[in-house]
Write a protein that binds this ligand. Structure first.
Ligand code: SF4
Ligand code: SF4
Length: 105
């Protein structure tokens, strides 16, 4: 899916940034960004990630959002098993604000 065709409307005029209805950071990478912690998620999910890595260049070229991002809910379908970098991504932090800004450009 070409994310440029995915309708994302960020909440406006809000002093508080939340992930509700956003998910922009999940549209910037096509493959869940695991490091070694991938060894601790269920094997079925590991296989999904390894399969996506094999075609990562094609997914990125097609501007596909993360394979685990649900475009209808704007949420991660495997939130409990998400990579550490996704857990550490700060809502309202510098990277978050930059990602949201890129979408609005
Ligand atoms: S961390 Fe920021 S960019 Fe990511 S979903 Fe939440 S508000 Fe959106
Ligand atoms: S939170 Fe989930 S959908 Fe978003 S980038 Fe991480 S693994 Fe992908």
């Amino acid at each position: 899916m070409d994310v440029s065709k995915t309708k994302i409307e960020l909440p406006v005029a809000s002093a508080v940034i939340t992930c509700e209805g956003c998910g922009v950071c999940c549209t910037e990478y096509s493959v869940p960004p695991y490091l070694d912690e991938i060894d601790f998620i269920p094997g079925e999910l590991q296989r999904e990630v390894y399969a996506a890595r094999l075609i990562e260049d094609e997914l990125q070229a097609a501007k596909r959002p993360c394979i685990w991002w649900d475009a209808s809910t704007h949420k991660c379908i495997h939130h409990d098993e998400r990579p550490n970098v996704c857990r550490e991504y700060e809502v309202g932090g510098e990277l978050c604000l930059e990602a949201r800004e890129r979408l609005l450009r």
